[in-house]
Design a protein around this ligand. Sequence first.
Ligand SMILES: [Zn+2]
Length: 188
Amino acid sequence: MIKSIYEKKVPFSRATIALRGYHVGMDNKDKELLKKCVVIAHEAMEKGNHPFGALLADKDGKVLLTQGNEFTLGGSAYHAETILVMKAARLYDPDFLSTCTLYTNFEPCCMCTGAVYWSNIGRICFGMTEAELLRCTGDNEENPTFDLSSREVVSHGQKKIVIDGPTDDEELKALILKDHMDFWKNRG
Ligand SMILES: [Zn+2]
């Protein structure tokens, strides 16, 4: 019963999404927006936070909201994606959010993927995997990274979210990694 309510609101497959004119697969526009996430992440780092950045874009790639990590404000729970989703959920209705994409430099953790799920945002596009992040952070006490893919999290829910990532673009990967290579060794 619950599923039938969501079916009206949430895109259930890539084919449905394509039919409705939404984005499918990672293209150059996505890469451009992921590069913007790297800039947002860098700015967050310069303010003393962790180098994570996220943005929300509509189906045409127009940026609606941007958000950096806010460790200095709220500690380890203040992930860029979750803060972004909370803001988006107050500004936009779930039907509209189902057509939007959350972009983030690294794959969202289970908390952030959960926030995307509950807000009804229809798609996640990330640059590098959480497993790749874990290799950078190790067991750093400020960011004891999960080893749990966003696809795994979503697979246990009642509605689907389109997930694109990681990128295979080596230049973009290098950009994403740049601020993480030495960051975690000097933290905590
Ligand atoms: Zn997170």
